[in-house]
Each structure stands twice: as structure tokens, then as C-alpha cells.
Design a protein around this ligand. Structure first.
Ligand SMILES: Cc1cc2nc3c(=O)[nH]c(=O)nc-3n(C[C@H](O)[C@H](O)[C@H](O)COP(=O)(O)OP(=O)(O)OC[C@H]3O[C@@H](n4cnc5c(N)ncnc54)[C@H](O)[C@@H]3O)c2cc1C
Ligand SMILES: O=C(O)[C@@H]1CCCC=N1
Length: 388
């Protein structure tokens, strides 16, 4: 098949990471092609849905630092496109006062001087009447946090990319990548060439990496995205000062439970479990495990008495998890002009703009703006056994 086009860079996968990478490349005047296997917009990956949480509250400084610039990049995009993508709600972080995880969230906020409020058992109900704070739990609010309008953001960044001259071809599944000084990318529709390629294929990353001789330790899980009906209409919305929240761990589970106010679907509060069961991304809907929903029901009965403890809507999404839950943002170990953004482990959306900038820098052979040690592929290599 003859070559259909030559580009400075080809980005594979038009989720949040690929779309922001393509946008950054076009901003740098690079001739860029963004390839997507499904017709856009779609709901088969990890970036769909109306909302995502954006927060500086993290249990590690590095993410809080990244978020400083990232918030500016989100604001720049809002300004450039003339569209609102963010709404401040605050993020309530709760967890056992003595647990390491809760203490790390709290100290990261304090150390980095993020505007915050520590709540006590005495004043908690006055500020957040909707939630019962469990005995022994601490509570802190990241005041900078809020909601990103995810579907809208994706549409906008793709539109801005096209305005800058970028090309999107959807319904074009990449079936092969041939490394070389010029990389050849084959889809069912044709063959393209580029000086560099960025792979941002979400749950399908390993499938694309196989022809390049690389396999990453990624686990794909299906997430049940649950919405719970308010007993009293308009009681858990942003206007009623219901915040986004994360419970770091609790009586019901060791994984996070998190929630978003009811503005998304009127009357329905999104509350999800930060884990799911393993799935093949092409067979997502055959994964029917609902044990996470039982956990959520028990939590809602105990701590959110204003919600009906039966999910009103359940949608599906996927996480692509790395063993340590840190991202992969790196060059291919054997081919420096193949760049990989993968394993966003269920917390990547908020970082889309800054990850796009970093993947763009790597694909242009530039020194990345941050020390990316945490995100390197070499961290997965087996550690040599110590001599006995
Ligand atoms: C339920 C849920 C809640 C979440 N909540 C939050 C949150 O509150 N805050 C937050 O920051 N993050 C959150 N996340 C995580 C965040 O949404 C993800 O980390 C992020 O969307 C991952 O984006 P991605 O671009 O890597 O993957 P994707 O969005 O899956 O994009 C990959 C794209 O590549 C395409 N593709 C794959 N293979 C090929 C191929 N061969 N050829 C062409 N195209 C291909 C896919 O079709 C897909 O469109 C949440 C995730 C889920 C599922
Ligand atoms: O990244 C986020 O903020 C959300 C909420 C906590 C669990 C994962 N995703």
C-alpha cells in the first residue's frame, strides 16, 4: 500500500493524553496526525464521561507540583477556546486520622501551601451536612479542587488541534508500527510515516507495543461508574456546597471511594470505587463483577443518608494500572523516536495538559520540563537478587 502521508509526528489514540499531545505538537508548528480506532466521540476507552476530579491533594509532592503548571494550562485552554472546563467545588479528603495515606494527603497540602481547611468532628457537620464522618477519621478540604467537564474538554482540545492545522483520522485502527529513523504506521486504511510516533493507546497500549518488542506490566480493569439518586432533589449539588470527596480507606475497603456532586445528571451523585475487575478492553461489557457496588452500597447506607443506596445508573469505563500506580511517560527503550504515554492508573485526566506537553517534548528530542524518574519504564525491570 502506498504511503498516505508524511508527518513530523503521528499520535496514536485520541483520548485525553493523545489529544493534548497532538495539540501541543501543533502549537509547536509540527505537522501532526492523530489516529483513533473508533469514531469520535466514543465511550470505549478511559476519557469519556461528563466529569473528572481535578485536585492538588495527593499523597506525593510530585503530583502536586505537576498540578501547579497544569492548572495554568487548563486555564489557558479555557481562555483560548472561550469555554468553561473547570468548576471549583473543593475536595474533601477523609481517612483514618492515624493512617499513613490520610496523613500523606494532609502533609502534602500543608507543605505545598495549597489553600486548605482542616475540619474537626465538632465542625464537620456544620460545613458538610450530607456526609457522616466516621469515628476516628480525619477530614481536610483542598479548596483549589473541583470538577473538569471531561467530554467537553476532549472536544475542545481536539477542535483547537484542528484549528492549528492538525489532522484527526478516526475509525482508523493502527495495526502495525515499524520502527526506524522514519517510523511507519499502518492502519486498515493506509500507511503513514513520521519522524516520531507517540503511543497513547490507553488500555490497548501493549497491543501496539508488541511489534516494537516491548511489553509493559499493565493491568486493565473495568470500572462501574455508579450514580446514586438524592432522596431530596437538589440537595447534593455544587449549589448546595456538596464537594467532590475521596475516602482514602474505610471500614468497607482499603481502596479509595470517591464522589462528585449531582450536577452531572440532575439528582444523581457519582460515587465510585477506585478499583475494578480485570478485563480485555475489547470485551469490557462481558466483565459483570459488581462486588464494588456492594462496597459502595454499604458505605452509602452508613455515611450518605441523603442518597438511595441502590445505583440509579451504572456506566462503564476502564483503568490501565501500573504496579505502582505511577504513569508511564518515556521514550521506548530501543527507539528514541517512539514515545509512550500509558498506565495512567485511574488518575490521569487532570494531568492531560501537562502530560501532553511532556510527551510533545520527548517526541521532539527535548529535555522534558520535569524530572520524569517516577514515570520511567526502567523502574519495571526486575531488580537483581542480592547476593546471599
Ligand atoms: C470511571 C473513571 C473515573 C476517573 N476519574 C478520574 C478523575 O476524577 N480524575 C482524573 O484525573 N482521572 C480520572 N480517571 C482517569 C482518567 O480518565 C484516565 O487516566 C485517562 O482518561 C486516560 O487517558 P488515555 O488517553 O491514556 O486513555 P484513553 O482515553 O482510553 O485513550 C486511548 C485511546 O487510544 C485509542 N486506541 C487504542 N488502540 C488504538 C489503535 N490501535 N489505533 C488507534 N487508536 C487506538 C482508544 O480507542 C482510545 O480512544 C478516571 C477514569 C475512569 C475510568
Ligand atoms: O484522580 C482522581 O481524582 C479520581 C478520584 C480518586 C480516585 C481516582 N480518580
Amino acid at each position: 500500500m502506498s504511503t498516505k502521508g508524511e508527518y513530523d509526528c503521528i499520535v496514536i489514540g485520541a483520548g485525553v493524553m493523545g489529544s493534548f499531545t497532538a495539540y501541543q505538537l501543533a502549537k509547536n508548528s509540527k505537522k501532526t496526525l492523530l489516529l483513533e480506532q473508533f469514531i469520535l466521540p466514543h465511550t470505549r476507552g478511559s476519557s469519556h464521561g461528563q466529569t473528572r476530579i481535578i485536585r492538588k491533594a495527593y499523597d506525593q509532592d510530585f503530583y502536586t507540583h505537576l498540578m501547579e503548571e497544569c492548572c495554568e494550562l487548563w486555564a489557558q485552554l479555557e481562555e483560548e477556546a472561550g469555554v468553561k472546563l473547570y468548576r471549583q467545588t473543593g475536595l474533601l479528603v477523609m481517612g483514618p486520622e492515624t493512617s499513613q495515606s490520610y496523613q500523606l494527603f494532609k502533609s502534602t497540602l500543608q507543605k505545598n501551601k495549597v489553600p486548605m481547611v482542616v475540619l474537626t468532628h465538632d465542625n464537620f457537620t456544620q460545613h458538610i451536612p450530607h456526609i457522616k464522618l466516621a469515628e476516628g477519621d480525619g477530614a481536610v478540604v483542598d479548596l483549589t479542587a473541583g470538577i473538569l467537564y471531561a467530554d467537553r474538554a476532549l472536544k475542545i482540545v481536539q477542535r483547537q488541534f484542528q484549528k492549528l492545522g492538525g489532522v484527526i483520522r478516526d475509525k482508523e485502527m493502527v495495526v502495525n508500527i515499524k520502527p526506524g529513523p522514519v517510523v511507519t504506521v499502518s492502519t486498515y486504511a493506509g500507511v503513514y510515516q513520521a519522524k516520531s510516533v507517540v503511543i497513547t493507546a490507553g488500555a490497548w497500549a501493549n497491543r501496539l507495543l508488541t511489534p516494537t518488542g516491548l511489553h509493559l506490566p499493565l493491568e486493565v480493569v473495568k470500572i462501574n461508574v455508579c450514580y446514586w439518586r438524592e432522596k431530596v432533589p437538589r440537595s447534593h449539588g455544587t449549589n448546595e456546597r456538596f464537594p467532590c470527596f475521596i475516602l482514602t480507606e474505610g471500614k468497607e475497603s482499603k481502596e479509595h471511594i470517591y464522589g462528585v456532586p449531582s450536577d452531572e445528571y440532575p439528582g444523581l451523585v457519582k460515587i465510585c470505587y477506585h478499583m475494578g475487575s480485570e478485563t480485555d478492553p475489547d470485551q469490557r461489557d462481558r466483565q459483570t463483577d459488581r462486588s464494588d457496588i456492594d462496597i459502595l452500597q454499604r458505605y452509602i447506607v452508613r455515611c450518605l443518608p441523603g442518597l438511595i443506596p441502590e445505583p440509579a445508573v451504572v456506566e462503564s469505563c476502564m483503568y490501565t494500572l501500573t504496579p505502582d500506580r505511577h504513569f508511564v511517560v518515556d521514550c521506548h527503550p530501543s527507539y528514541s523516536n517512539i514515545v509512550i504515554g500509558a498506565g495512567f492508573s485511574g488518575h490521569g485526566f487532570k494531568f492531560g495538559p501537562v502530560i501532553g506537553k511532556l510527551l510533545c517534548e520527548l517526541s521532539l528530542g527535548q529535555v522534558p520540563s520535569y524530572d520524569l524518574s517516577l514515570f520511567r519504564i526502567t523502574r519495571f525491570q526486575a531488580k537483581p537478587k542480592s547476593a546471599l
